[in-house]
Design a protein around this ligand. Structure first.
Ligand SMILES: Cc1ncc(COP(=O)(O)O)c(C=O)c1O
Length: 462
């Protein structure tokens, strides 16, 4: 089979998968052992015909695929892939560009430069912010906090890139009590420690309390980094950045905002107020593969102080061919050297949606989140625990006899997962086991929401 024929076959397999996506069982249908048996076996001692490899991979993997890009996966915070982004991602693999530098791919360089400009304009941020395209919000948090570490150490005369943290002035790190685990993972990787941070109290929706931050910051001297968030992973709530930023900046600190998915509210005229003060952040972490609906993997680190961003990330070696001065050097904004040209699907998302399409996507998902909450609370045993301001809903199920709500809720979640119409998971929220619903996919319709709400309600035991 020629490469052309192999790709045609692959296209047929891919489109068959896409056609089945809206209606297939959402969760996996195979066990781990079954998948190992279907795909494993001995290490091949010689070549296998590529057509056979692809056909067998496709059929063996299929039962173990989760319909995460489909319209009824409401677990975690999972976006789908807009048609243009999927197509651009195919081209990205075909072109196999190394997005590292201009000499390796002028096109991948230009597309990142254009995406940076468009994203900053859409989000209402300073056009001077620098941007790195990374694998997701975890690495965006890492990259942003590396820039923060550089800047706050430099302010006290310490070069952290050259000297590390050995003998360095202590850096005060203050996070929200509700900061995402990836913030702590980033601090851990940066030598700032996960548990030596000061965690600032939050309110009933998980928003950082500015008064608590003020009290915690008062009297501190030396470098300060504060990690706030736009879009709590459970409730979707936003930290009051307008109140937080002056406290941080008044103390000479750096304000980082983890806005993995919540930041996109800034594009909507009706929801923008939620992100008020975002423009005051020194760095912002955002995901592409969540609400922008580009395929995995993709995230953005935006930094106001471009010198700090570059200082924390710059890679130089004698054999690197220097880019012309006016040209973006992609590798100076991310931890990696060689990497996938993720800018192409980002560009495709922004062009295919335009401003209006993106607003419709964000407002549409948020409307659907409210719709499922409204459907669910019609049942006497259902309690929605958060203000549904974005795309996230937290649900508790209460047994008729006033018994163990945690066990009862866990049982409902398991039944919904087993039933297969939709998929969602659970978490602990303020000491309670609750169901999390996240609506983040361009292809989810009102019908998907209604059948999913019915499936959830059917799963409530008598
Ligand atoms: C608020 C927040 N920050 C960071 C992350 C980590 O993102 P990623 O899994 O893309 O690295 C998530 C993921 O859900 C998130 O919700």
């Amino acid at each position: 089979m020629s490469t052309n024929e192999l790709l045609s076959l692959t296209r047929d397999l891919a489109t068959a998968h896409l056609d089945a996506l809206p209606t297939r069982r959402v969760g996996s249908a195979a066990s781990y052992d079954e998948l190992l048996a279907a795909m494993g076996g001995e290490l091949p001692s010689g070549p296998t015909d590529p057509e056979r490899v692809i056909r067998e991979l496709s059929s063996a993997a299929d039962p173990g695929l989760v319909a995460t890009p489909g319209p009824r996966h409401f677990g975690f915070v999972i976006g789908g892939s807009l048609p243009a982004t999927l197509a651009a991602d195919w081209l990205t693999s075909t072109w196999d560009q190394n997005a590292f530098s201009f000499v390796l791919s002028p096109a991948a360089t230009a597309v990142e430069a254009i995406s940076r400009r468009w994203l900053l304009e859409l989000l209402g941020l300073s056009p001077d912010m620098t941007m790195g395209i990374v694998t997701g919000a975890t690495m965006a948090n890492f990259t942003s906090l590396a820039a923060a570490r550089h800047a706050v150490a430099r302010r006290v005369g310490w070069d952290v890139e050259e000297r590390g943290l050995f003998g360095a002035p202590e850096i005060n790190v203050l996070t929200s009590d509700e900061s995402h685990v990836s913030v702590f993972a980033s601090l851990q990787m940066l030598g700032l420690g996960r548990s030596r941070v000061t965690r600032i109290a939050t309110d009933d929706q998980g928003r950082m309390r500015p008064d608590a931050l003020k009290t915690a910051i008062e009297g501190r001297s030396g470098p300060i980094i504060v990690c706030a968030q736009a879009g709590n992973v459970n409730t979707g709530a936003f930290d009051p950045l307008n109140d937080i930023a002056p406290v941080v900046h008044g103390a000479g600190g750096w304000l980082h905002v983890d806005g993995a998915f919540g930041v996109w509210a800034a594009v909507s005229p009706t929801m923008r107020h939620l992100t008020a003060g975002l423009e005051l952040a020194d760095s912002i972490a955002v995901d592409g593969h969540k609400w922008l609906n580009v395929p995995y993997d993709c995230g953005f680190a935006f930094v106001r102080d471009g010198n700090a961003h570059r200082a924390a990330m710059t890679l130089e070696a004698p054999y690197y061919v220097k880019s012309p001065n006016e040209v973006r050097a992609n590798h100076n904004f991310v931890p990696e050297a060689s990497r996938r040209a993720r800018g192409f699907p980002v560009y495709a998302a922004l062009r295919s949606l335009g401003r209006k399409g993106l607003v419709d996507l964000i407002e549409g998902c948020s409307r659907l989140a409210s719709r499922i909450a409204e459907r669910l609370v019609t049942h006497p045993r259902v309690r929605v625990l958060n203000d549904v301001v974005l795309n996230q809903v937290l649900v508790q199920f209460n047994p008729p006899d006033g018994g163990d709500a945690d066990a009862y809720t866990a049982d409902v979640i398991r039944r919904v997962q087993d039933e297969g119409t939709c998929w969602l998971g659970g978490t602990t929220w303020h000491g309670m086991h609750v169901m999390r619903i996240s609506v983040s996919n361009w292809s989810t319709t009102e019908h998907d929401i209604d059948v999913s709400a019915e499936a959830i309600l059917r799963s409530i035991p008598d």
